[in-house]
Ligand binder design. Structure first.
Ligand SMILES: Nc1ncnc2c1ncn2[C@@H]1O[C@H](COP(=O)(O)OP(=O)(O)OP(=O)(O)O)[C@@H](O)[C@H]1O
Ligand SMILES: [Mg+2]
Length: 352
């Protein structure tokens, strides 16, 4: 759950029932997704907000206060877009609260969303708890993986959207709230309705402005721009000056990128960290698409070394200590320490 500062408020407009809205496609033709100004975490990397605010397509609706349903495969940028829409909206000075409905156990989700009064149940905090809706008052709430909300909470959610009010757990009176809802899913919400797993009335309430973000393989023209963007970003982070050759960029445009932008970003970071040449000509073993690339003009020893380095870099990120890495890979700790020392020297990586 994240909080972000954000401005003035206007009421959420719900869509008319049974009217299937036109789906906006967040494609490359939408300037806000042009990686000339790729979307980024607030304050962290490049700012998309400025361009986003004046953009077209889905961003145009940012100012309208409508409920938005973002759909698209994992890694296409739904979570990022939710933040960008909030930042481009009039609510930007107010909180942005997000929750991944799949990550919270069902039994805790209601308390998380709606909060509880003091003494509401055994084990509850004596002071009670403000739920995300209360905390997001005036701002935006981003409900990620919306299909994972259990049916009994779906009706409560429908109530908040219709009445702009809810009951805390154990609370007597209704509490009014003014939030804009952005929901996201990488599943087919309509199909979930057909299967009886998602309320139809809630589906229509959420699906006021559907924004579908296409997978990267359907907007290949974005790939070179994203490569340049992430290259600059990771060069800055790792204090390096590497670049991808034009021929490799062209090759990367034809890869499937099943993990979408997330996968592309990870591959670029790995290449910046592990490649020794300043011009990167091949993904070698750093990328599963090209793991068996033939025509690689390196020796087997070099390729294996590259692969080992990649695995060690990943393990370092995840496990942090040589002891844990050794346990994970079934090696001795001194061997891991020696290999990492050599990797740092060869690639001139400083200790964090
Ligand atoms: N247009 C973009 N420009 C730059 N980076 C982007 C862009 N779109 C997505 N990203 C980056 O790609 C990664 C994946 O994006 P994000 O987490 O928003 O995807 P998602 O659709 O929410 O995925 P999931 O369904 O798995 O939650 C993030 O690191 C995000 O910052
Ligand atoms: Mg997400």
């Amino acid at each position: 759950m994240a909080r972000e500062p954000t401005g003035p408020i206007s009421p959420t407009r719900a869509g008319s029932r049974h009217q299937r809205p036109r789906t906006l496609t967040a494609s490359c033709s939408e300037p806000y997704l042009r990686p000339r100004s790729p979307l980024r975490e607030p304050g962290e990397r490049s700012a998309a907000g400025d361009e986003a605010a004046s953009g077209t397509g889905p961003i145009r609706v940012a100012g309208t206060d409508s409920t938005i349903l973002l759909t698209g495969e994992s890694g296409v940028g739904k979570s990022l877009l939710a933040k960008v829409i909030h930042r481009a909206s009039e609510r930007k000075q107010k909180p942005f609260m997000q929750i991944n409905c799949a990550a919270i156990p069902e039994s805790l989700l209601e308390a998380e969303l709606f909060g509880y009064e003091s003494g509401a149940f055994t084990g509850a905090d004596r002071k009670g708890k403000a739920g995300l809706f209360e905390q997001a008052d005036g701002g935006t709430i981003f409900l990620d993986e919306i299909t994972e909300i259990p049916l009994h909470l779906q009706s409560k959610l429908l109530g908040v959207i219709q009445d702009k009010a809810f009951h805390k757990i154990g609370g007597r009176g209704e509490q009014s709230v003014d939030v804009r809802i952005i929901a996201a899913t990488n599943r087919d919400l309509g199909a979930q309705v057909t299967l009886g797993r998602f309320r139809e009335d809630l589906y229509y309430r959420l699906n006021v402005v559907p924004v579908q973000i296409p997978p990267l393989r359907e907007r290949r023209e974005d790939i070179p721009l994203l490569i340049r963007y992430f290259t600059d970003h990771y060069n800055r982070r790792y204090n390096s000056y590497k670049r991808f050759s034009e021929s490799l960029i062209e090759k990367m445009m034809s890869l499937p990128w099943k993990g979408n932008i997330r996968e592309l970003e990870n591959v670029i970071e790995r290449m910046i960290v592990t490649s020794t040449a300043s011009e990167i000509n091949s993904l070698g073993l750093n990328c599963r698409h090209t793991a068996l690339e033939i025509g690689e003009s390196k020796t087997l020893v070099d390729l294996l070394q590259e692969y080992e380095d990649t695995l060690l870099m990943q393990a370092l990120k995840e496990y942090r200590t040589t002891r844990k890495i050794a346990k994970h890979y079934g090696m001795s700790q001194p061997t891991v320490a020696r290999k990492i020392k050599s990797l740092r020297q060869r690639r001139q990586i400083e200790r964090p």
